[in-house]
Design a protein around this ligand. Structure first.
Ligand code: ATP
Ligand code: MG
Length: 428
């Protein structure tokens, strides 16, 4: 039998993992200046945490969850997204108390699991970087969140991003709109795709999101949710737009943009990439919005029942960087390579690399009893800055060769000096 990774998963190997580390580092740097703090929730949750928040009729819940019963007969799901777990933890730990940051500004980085048809940028185990700001109804929260996502891509060097925003209004507005949309779509019911027919009853706003070509034509003339916003909702959206204008952030409004999770209301947004490297295909690289009501859904207090968040896909960030020709260095390099010649030198060689490592340098040696020439090749491949040579003669005399690879200058140094102050030996 051949062992293979499960479909839709990836082994992230050296040579690639550096890209991941780089992206995570940039994210952490951005979040630091925004005063967002990391939260790590479990990879799996009681399934109700997700169904409650995400909605029973969303694709995630109906088709995409990895769920199972554990040995204690608990219904568990691998987390498909990060917002519901984070809000669950917020309420569970009563982070709305006076001693906590308010609004609570959190971020997470980690794997999510969805049973999807795998393709480029669509995996079954994928990785999200996400932000959640809980407890504030201030539209500046929404804008600050959007700005942090833009800043993340800016620091990565990604240029072809487009910010698309919309408002889903408050609950009342959405209910009025929902009916108007049903009234509009019902005459076309027979022509809709099977998925959309189903959604027309259960979750009509999702029809607007259909990828089916015929559905798209029908939806073209659907009423706009923006015409159904009540005063409160319209005013909130105006404030978000004004703040974006004040900060000179470019955006477009797409009144047909809804999000795939039921908990969203008011502001929703997506960052799309129209990088030339995608050859005309437009990819969503980040998505989020406001979710007032979710905290209460989890049993939290009305006083803190507001939230705004987003998630971006790490796989898609990498694809986007590749599409834009942005290079991340992935080469493995060392400071010091110790060439040990002959088996009798192995202990001294190990002592030398350990000494260099203790001094804070990256050090490597040979473990395969390779010839001198091959070991020097390894040192070259690793771009070693210094090479130490220890053979049987050097062991005997207790004097080793130290070569500066940049200048080519080689000198002989007593082992005692090396072990007393190695860094000083490198300086001169
Ligand atoms: P899509 O419409 O592409 O299915 P979605 O609406 O399901 O996306 P969200 O749940 O909003 O996506 O997730 C936010 C981001 O996470 C997406 O913009 C994308 O970058 C990433 N993402 C979502 N699902 C996947 C997946 N299966 N594989 C890789 N990345 C994903
Ligand atoms: Mg999806």
């Amino acid at each position: 039998m051949k062992f293979q990774k499960p479909k839709g998963t990836n082994d992230i190997l050296p040579g690639t993992v550096e890209k991941w580390q780089y992206i995570e580092t940039v994210a952490r740097e951005v979040f630091k200046v925004y005063d967002f703090h990391e939260v790590r929730t479990p990879m799996f949750e009681h399934i109700e945490v997700i169904t409650r928040a995400v909605g029973d009729t969303t694709d995630i819940v109906t088709k995409e969850m990895y769920d199972f019963y554990d040995k204690g007969d608990r219904h568990i799901t691998l987390r498909p997204e990060g917002t519901a777990p984070l809000v669950r933890s917020y309420v569970e730990h009563k982070l709305f108390g006076p001693e906590f940051q308010n609004p609570y500004k959190a971020f997470y980085i980690g794997p999510m699991f969805r049973y999807e048809r795998p393709q480029s940028g669509r995996m079954r185990q994928f990785h999200q970087i996400g932000v959640e700001v809980i407890g504030s109804k201030n539209p500046a929260t929404d804008v600050e969140g959007i700005l942090s996502a833009l800043e993340f891509y800016r620091r990565l060097g990604v240029k072809h991003t487009k910010l698309v925003i919309n408002s889903l209004g408050n609950h009342e507005s959405r209910m009025t709109y929902r009916q108007a949309l049903i009234d509009y779509l019902t005459p076309y019911e027979a022509e809709l795709s099977e998925d959309s027919k189903r959604r027309l009853q259960s979750n009509p706003l999702r029809v607007l999101d259909s990828k089916d070509a015929k559905d798209k034509v029908i939806v073209e003339n659907a009423p706009s949710i923006l015409d159904y916003l009540d005063e409160e909702s319209a005013s909130f959206f105006e404030q978000v737009k004004t703040l974006l204008d004040t900060l000179e952030v470019e955006y477009v409004i797409d009144h047909r943009m809804v999000r795939g999770l039921d908990y969203y209301n008011h502001t929703v947004f997506e960052l799309m990439s129209d990088s030339p490297g995608f050859n005309g295909a437009i990819t969503t690289i980040c998505a989020g919005g406001r979710y007032d009501g979710l905290v209460r859904e989890f049993g939290g207090p009305d006083s803190h029942d507001a939230g705004f968040g987003y998630a971006l896909g790490v796989e898609r960030a990498i694809i986007t960087m590749e599409a834009e020709g942005i290079e991340i260095p992935t080469k493995q390099t060392v400071d010091v390579y110790v060439v040990g010649l002959g088996e009798s030198t192995s202990a001294e060689t190990l002592k030398l690399v350990q000494m260099a490592r203790t001094a804070g340098l990256v050090a490597e040696r040979d473990f395969m009893n390779r010839k001198a020439k091959t070991q020097f090749k390894s040192a070259d491949r690793l771009d070693a800055k210094w090479v130490i040579v220890v053979g049987e003669t050097e062991l005997e005399t207790q004097i080793v060769k130290l070569k500066n690879m940049a200048t080519g200058i080689e000198k002989e140094v007593p082992l005692t000096d090396i072990y007393t102050d190695f860094l000083a030996q490198l300086d001169n």
